[in-house]
Design a protein around this ligand. Structure first.
Ligand code: AMP
Length: 490
């Protein structure tokens, strides 16, 4: 069996790996480390969870250390890692710092959503390793705060997701700013033609490595699918999460608005949850991830922004509340569980409209996903959940964070009274069983659907939504903050 010292890594790096209890390289590490150490370009087809961060970071650090001439030049970086999302960028930088512990290697990370000055300070003294999202990187280049002309190593991580997120022009610009003689390490979970063309433009005669093709989902994940009507998915989710303790569960929603709605209804049912998606501020995203990681918030509802890259140990259950249109995305999503050798479970909710998506997924993973029936007494749960819903079939709070939603509920009630259309487009913030509005402080978590506690009608459950947790009334916001306008302003 190959061990890390067999791969040619330096002693300090091996010590850092031992400190993390990594003794055996994963397949991508075993295959990638020797050629990268030898200075070759690399084209890696690998999904997250395969250990690819260490596969590119360890040999690169060794090369940077060996070629170091002292302190980096101000406003320059020696190695650049481009990542599609802020969370992944932060995570890669953290890994780099861990592996480089005790060495004279500086690591910095920049991404959007934080003040520009903070990014400028991060790069001002020069860095050995810079991890960045493409947009913020180009901002700093345009402001002449960052110079890429002396770059030695370029890494593109999750290239296919970068293209999905529309970074193609940014990538093409960045490559023109970088010396042609650099070493390039290019990673993508999938390799369609567009990615292959991009890789050809970036790499010179790369060593190609493919590990665990994306079609082969992690064997350790127990996968099931439950057929359910779209309108009843919320009830099913409440049962799945409430019937037995699941530890940490990650729920995937197709849309940002849908993710917020799922959270509001889970909270109304007494299940602590938070959302992470592109409309959330950086602070909200970080807080939600931190609460999920430390276990204080056991359910995280995410759009596909969280499907890849983010490494959250101990996710026991992945729920595909909506089936993705792109079958590969299913594989990325369920890959959030069963990471680094752990067991995991994945449940898909399939509505009649999504049967075609399910067929495509089953074709890709080359197996039939086992059917799990609806839980016993499900229709009673559906009725309970319906009672948690606003009277009107409203989706007006979607896309706003929960605190804002609570305040806006007040505006809406006033709007509704004034609404010429009889409030047809208005709706209410659902409340928890104890009558509080999600976002307020409340007592211990309990699931009324399990305890048999009578469920009060959300609108009559006491406590006017216009009262804020501090007892003050939320300010009147007037008709101009009508729900249909407010909906998209997260
Ligand atoms: P990645 O694919 O880079 O996101 O890594 C997935 C997870 O595997 C991370 O939690 C890593 O810390 C962990 N990991 C990476 N390499 C190893 C290894 N050789 N042995 C055990 N765990 C590892």
């Amino acid at each position: 069996m190959t061990k890390f010292p067999d791969l040619g890594l330096s002693r300090p790096l091996i010590a850092a790996l031992e400190a993390k209890n990594y003794t055996v390289p994963t397949p991508i590490q075993a295959q990638a480390i020797p050629p990268v150490l030898a200075g070759r370009d690399l084209l890696g087809i690998a999904q997250t969870g395969t250990g690819k961060t260490a596969a590119f970071m360890l040999p690169s650090l060794d090369r940077l250390i060996a070629a170091s001439t002292g302190r980096p030049t101000p406003r320059r970086a020696r190695m650049l890692v481009l990542a599609p999302t802020r969370e992944l960028a932060a995570q890669i930088a953290e890994s780099a710092r861990t592996y480089a512990a005790g060495q004279h290697i500086s690591v910095g990370v920049i991404f959007g959503g934080v003040p520009n000055n903070k990014s400028i300070r991060e790069v001002s003294r020069g860095l050995d390793v810079l991890v960045a999202t493409p947009g913020r990187l180009l901002d700093l280049v345009d402001q002449r705060q960052l110079d890429l002309s002396a770059l030695e190593i370029l890494v593109l991580d999750e290239a296919d997701q970068m293209l999905d997120l529309g970074f193609v022009h940014a990538l093409k610009r960045i490559v023109k700013l970088i010396p042609t003689g650099r070493q390039t390490l290019f990673f993508s979970a999938t390799m369609p033609k567009t990615i292959r063309q991009l890789a050809d433009a970036y790499c010179r005669n790369p060593v190609e490595i493919a590990v665990t093709p994306v079609a082969k989902t992690a064997d350790r994940i127990g996968q099931t699918v439950t057929h359910v009507n779209q309108a009843e998915k919320q009830a099913l989710l409440t049962r799945v999460l409430g019937d037995q303790p699941v530890g940490r569960a990650l729920v995937f929603s197709r849309t940002k608005h849908g993710a917020d709605k799922i959270v509001r209804f889970l909270e109304a049912a007494g299940i602590s949850a938070g959302a992470i998606h592109g409309n959330k501020s950086q602070g909200q995203r970080e807080r939600a991830l931190a609460a999920f990681r430390d276990g204080s918030m056991p359910v995280l509802v995410a759009t596909d922004i969280a499907a890849r890259g983010i490494d959250i140990p101990g996710v026991e259950l992945v729920v595909n509340f909506d089936l993705p249109d792109v079958p590969e995305q299913y594989v990325h999503r369920i890959g959030r569980t069963a990471r680094a050798g752990a067991e995991g479970r994945a449940i898909a909710f399939c509505s009649p409209d999504e049967r075609i998506n399910l067929r495509d997924i089953e074709k890709l993973v080359r197996m039939k996903i086992a059917d799990a029936p609806l839980p016993e007494g499900f229709m009673a749960t559906v009725a309970e959940i319906k009672r948690l819903k606003p009277v009107k079939k409203a989706d007006d709070n979607q896309g706003v964070d929960r605190f804002k939603a609570g305040r806006r509920a007040d505006g809406r009630r006033r709007d509704q009274r004034n609404d010429r259309h009889g409030g047809a487009k208005t709706g209410h913030q659902p409340k928890r069983a104890d009558g509080s509005v999600p976002g307020e402080a409340r007592g211990p978590v309990r699931n009324p659907l399990r305890s048999g506690e009578p469920q009060r009608h959300p609108q009559r459950a006491g406590g006017h939504p216009g009262h804020r947790p501090d007892g003050a009334r939320a300010p009147f916001r007037g008709r101009s903050r009508g729900p249909s306008r407010g909906a998209g302003r997260a």
